[in-house]
Design a protein around this ligand. Structure first.
Ligand code: TXA
Ligand code: MG
Length: 341
């Protein structure tokens, strides 16, 4: 299959491909998504094929606004509309009870469905023009880091999808926050672009699913099926070092082998790139700017797959604000191999 490169001039073509059952790479503010008509079982099945995605891992439906919730969900609590008012369009997915109209292929047979109203203008234009809910997981091959540029998505999907719309680099850089509103209290299943603190401001108490902060034991089931897979993982093993930035940088400098890859805050680049060292070093962004770090995290993890580093060491921000999402992605990439200094 020849994957067409589309731009903002071809929104109608992207929408027509979706309506006709094709697969389109779509930019969102979080990461690039692999979109299909969410009401078309066959098209949705093709998403799983293109990604090599396990069939028990459900997809999110992308909609133009909260008024579409009633089409696909039932028993919608008032809190869903409060959250939508506060954070939609934006990087937040709500888990709600689903209506029968939602294909089993989307929900992997669950009686709930993930709903998200994205903010990226091109993504919104495509959904509007298509006039259907767009089912879209992140546009990576299953198990690889999520793509935050069209180029990254093409590395995984060129030849496997009908088209991709290039909307530039993603402004958030980590996936949407997933909040399960079918549980009391509401439960954070995946930290993302909307912070836990922002959710608490609207909901009051929020439970945090254990899969967010630790490795699930054998027999334990995270509530978001996707959280159980070794995810975001570069080929080389990753060690996360967390704590005071100066101390974590010094720890890595004294423990990493000369050929190991490094992910560090900007301030500490000189520590790892001095002398004749030729190892790959990826900067996350300034230690004090977590928004910038979120934009770089997947790019950094992905970049090491083009190298032959035997191991990767990563500095990690504290878990407040969007730091919780960054730490979660790094810790998952490391199989929760974390050193606290
Ligand atoms: O930012 C995002 O959410 C991106 C962009 C493209 O919108 N999408 C994305 O989709 O990250 P995906 O499929 O890569 O991750 C969705 C996660 C998976 O872990 C999946 O198991 C979980 O959401 N999920 C989907 N439906 C669910 C449901 N009904 N109950 C619990 N978890 C669900
Ligand atoms: Mg994904």
């Amino acid at each position: 299959m020849n994957t067409k490169r589309l731009t903002e001039k071809n929104m109608d073509e992207a929408a027509a491909i979706l309506r006709d059952g094709g697969l389109v790479g779509i930019p969102t503010e979080t990461v690039y998504g692999l979109g299909a008509n969410g009401l078309n079982e066959e098209a949705v099945a093709h998403i799983f094929e293109a990604k090599g995605r396990p069939p028990d891992n459900p997809l999110i439906l992308h909609i133009p606004d909260a008024s579409w919730l009633e089409r696909y969900c039932k028993d919608i609590p008032l809190t869903a509309y409060k959250l939508a008012d506060a954070y939609w369009p934006g990087p937040m997915t709500m888990i709600l009870r689903r209506k029968d109209i939602v294909p089993d292929a989307v929900t992997a047979g669950l009686d709930t469905v993930g709903m998200r109203c994205p903010a990226h203008p091109l993504c919104r234009a495509i959904i509007d023009a298509a006039g259907v809910p767009v089912a879209a997981p992140s546009g990576n091959t299953s198990g690889r880091p999520s793509p935050t540029t069209a180029q990254h998505m093409l590395e995984d999907m060129d030849g496997k999808i009908d088209a991709i719309v290039d909307g530039g680099p993603c402004s958030v850089g980590v996936e949407s926050t997933i909040i399960d509103l079918t549980d009391t209290p509401a439960r954070l299943l995946r930290p993302g672009g909307i912070t836990l603190e922002q959710l608490e401001a609207v909901l009051g108490e929020v439970a945090v699913d254990p899969a967010v902060t630790r490795l699930m034991g054998a027999g334990e089931q995270p509530k978001a099926p996707g959280m159980k897979y070794r995810h975001y993982a570069p080929k080389a093993p990753v060690t996360v070092v967390t704590g005071d930035p100066q101390k974590s940088a010094e720890y890595i400098a004294s423990h990493a082998a000369p050929e190991d890859g490094i992910i560090c805050f900007d301030e500490f680049l000189p520590l790892f790139t001095r002398r004749s060292e030729t190892r790959p070093v990826m900067d996350l962004g300034p230690a004090g700017d977590k928004e910038e770090q979120a934009r770089h995290i997947f790019d950094a993890l992905r970049s090491f797959d083009h190298t032959s580093v035997p191991a990767i060491w990563a500095q990690c921000p504290d878990a407040t604000g969007i730091g919780l999402a960054i730490a979660n992605r790094l810790n998952k990439a490391a199989g929760f191999h974390i050193i606290r200094v």
